[in-house]
Ligand binder design. Sequence first.
Ligand code: XUL
Ligand code: CO
Length: 443
Amino acid sequence: MAKIIKGQQEFFKGIGQIKFEGTDSQNPLAFRWYNENQIVSGKTMKEHFKFACAYWHSFNGSGADPFGEPTHIFEWNKSSDPLERAKLKMDAAFEFITKMNIPYYCFHDCDIVDLTNDVLENEKRMKAITIYAKQKQQESGVKLLWGTANLFSNKRYMNGAATNPDFHVLAHAATQVKAAIDATIELGGENYVFWGGREGYMSLLNTNMKREKEHFAKFLHTAKDYARKNGFKGTFFIEPKPCEPSKHQYDYDAETVIGFLRQYNLLGDFKLNLEVNHATLAGHTFQHEMQVAADAGMLGSIDANRGDNQNGWDTDQFPNNINDVVEAMLVLLSSGGLQGGGINFDAKIRRNSTDSLDLFYAHLGGMDIFARALLIADKILTNSDYHVTRSQRYASFDQGKGAEFEKSNLTLDELRTYAIENGEPKLQSGKQEYLENLINRFI
Ligand code: XUL
Ligand code: CO
């Protein structure tokens, strides 16, 4: 259990720690499925998920959109002193995280303290807030899942950060990454994330794609070498996204990123942080992205959220579709789980969700849907013929000439001889509807 820190100003008044009460509970502020110590398939739920709260959406996201002003008015944003403001925000953040019993959090540098255009001042602020965060972590038992640097909001990054055509901008990006890595190491952060929102282009007319990608790879090597030299033992994650804010982003999807990491010799230190809504934007299901990563041994971490079927941008809504999450949990359980990472709610409450309870309902629903989906997926894997039905489709490769083919023992001529000798193949059903029904039966 995360410990609620005593003696600080209370921001979420009248709300105690959220507890597991089981499916009979009528309490909207109780977990009905997430029971952190319950063992599923050999691990506790807490270990399977390593849930994390995203600082940016929950404590900075103001509800403002291109058409309207902020609607989320934060009580902790009152002080005019940047460090004082940052500390109050951190008090509120740890109060929320511990009341929700979320074991981890994640941040960008500028989420935990406001940054300026003065490098030395920024480094000073980052050091000061890191000391405060370390104390909060020790008092509460909450841990840092990953840190990152925001290399997309400041106007200097409008043409990219590591892929900027101006070397001067790249140097500023490196400076920010250095400070964010220092903070991550100091806070015992288990991973470090690179999401390249502006590492791409708006127009190919002005872009040397080859050179930009080479710079990106060199930048990642340089950052990785610095972190390793300074004792960072965790995993680096790349978070794929095909577009938004750039028209085209180099970390397009899981398959593209794995190819990039292989080409530039980064596979040993990097894995993937997959985000649900980014998969949608890439024209994939989330299960597709997870399977691609799992098959390559690269399934590192998850940014959990969902998009909206009626529009095509990154709405970052909290997850709540049981069928989608069950399919994701089937991949998770079948592939041995996440490597180093956890499930970070990179999701925001809606602009018109203005009660302080809304943030609780959102996280509670997200944690519960994952727990419920995990239980269902585990039952499907242990009490049904799901795996058998899938593997039987490939039975012709398990013996005889099929097995010889897999061992690279057949020539094209020998394949032709087999086809002639065995005549026309019988049609084999894909059994899609059978499997879809099977999943619904367990839900
Ligand atoms: C943006 C996104 C980021 C990354 C971290 O779509 O997902 O918040 O997760 O930079
Ligand atoms: Co994300």
